[in-house]
Design a protein around this ligand. Structure first.
Ligand code: CP
Length: 325
């Protein structure tokens, strides 16, 4: 069982429920991962993913090996038939098989290059490991998706009453994903997985961004796009801010317009909406201090829920490895 994309979550309700039960008693299954090792391979920086995934593994009794592949590993070749007479020292075929001998599960972070859309969409690193490793592979943010983040966000939304029953009826809540400015070109992975997660919720879901920042239509199909940010914010129960670079003009920063920053005036348009962001966040660029420091901000709890999102994924993989189903 691999966990490569949000599509690998068969029943979102069930996974969220299980994660919330784990959160209530995180050490309940300390023996499940005994004598098992999680290898965490980072081709890019991380704070939350690195620590929360290790924490989740430790809660299940696993050992962890962490490697900052970008700084410590040999530069890998992924192409079949390559004549390796340039800068790349090791082929994915050997690397993945060797690491599989040391680790029972391999988790990988490998961001998009943002320079070659075709290569990014081929998920060369993640799929290379998945193809040649002999153990399960977990996505800790790849070129096109960050499913552990989206699962943590689903847990946070659920805790804050996204699907709460009012009597016998569910009150449909409004969730807005808003583009926000950023000085650097950022990947689409977080936004993509958040959209995939929201399209599986019973909610009013709106994406707002400047023209030219449309995400991959294959992912947003069925979602409402609103180019007027203020209109999108009106009566929202949750506002999720995220920057991404242009998908159409792949990887380009077309706009740094600070008028798209989330500030209190915009939050005042919402239905006492809660503010969300995956972190790290640039204060007073993406979101004002006033909003992120307010009681409406959920960012710290989102980060907390990363542990339980990772733990439910690892638990399911370990159970399958132990033939417990
Ligand atoms: N949200 C998130 O993935 O954080 P890190 O990049 O710090 O892991």
């Amino acid at each position: 069982m691999d966990f490569l994309s949000f599509k690998d979550i068969d029943s979102l309700d069930e996974w969220v429920k299980e994660a919330r039960m784990i959160k209530d008693n995180p050490l309940k299954e300390m023996d499940l991962g005994k004598n098992r090792t999680l290898g965490l391979l980072f081709f890019n920086p991380s704070l939350r993913t690195r620590l929360s995934t290790q924490k989740a593994a430790q809660n299940l009794g696993m050992d962890c090996m962490v490697m900052n592949f970008d700084k410590e590993g040999w530069v890998l070749e992924y192409a079949d038939g390559a004549v390796m007479d340039q800068g790349k020292s090791e082929h994915i075929r050997e690397a993945a098989k060797v690491i599989s001998q040391y680790c029972d599960i391999i988790a990988i972070r490998a961001f998009a290059s943002l320079s070659d859309r075709e290569k990014d969409e081929a998920e060369v690193v993640l799929n290379g490991f998945q193809k040649y490793a002999s153990v399960p592979v977990v996505n800790m943010e790849s070129s096109t998706g960050h499913p552990l983040q989206a699962l943590a966000d689903a847990i946070t939304l659920n805790e804050c009453g996204l699907n709460e029953l009012k009597g016998h009826e569910k009150k449909v809540k409004k969730v807005v994903l808003t583009w926000a400015p950023h000085p650097k070109a950022l990947p689409h992975a977080v936004a993509n997985s958040f959209v995939q997660m929201m399209l599986r919720q019973e909610a009013e879901f709106v994406i707002t961004h400047p023209e030219g920042y449309e995400l991959d239509e294959r992912i947003t199909a069925g979602a409402r796009i609103e180019y007027d940010q203020a209109e999108a914010f009106r009566d929202a129960d949750f506002v999720y801010a995220k920057n991404w670079s242009s998908y159409r003009d792949y990887g380009q920063v077309m706009l740094k317009d600070s008028s798209w920053m989330v500030d209190q005036d915009k939050m005042n348009l919402t239905n006492e909406g809660r503010f969300m962001h995956c972190l790290p966040v640039r204060r007073n660029v993406v979101v004002s201090d006033e909003v992120i420091d307010s009681s409406a901000s959920l960012v710290i709890e989102q980060a907390n829920n990363r542990t339980y999102a990772a733990q439910v994924v690892l638990k399911k993989i370990l159970k399958e490895m132990n033939n417990e189903g």
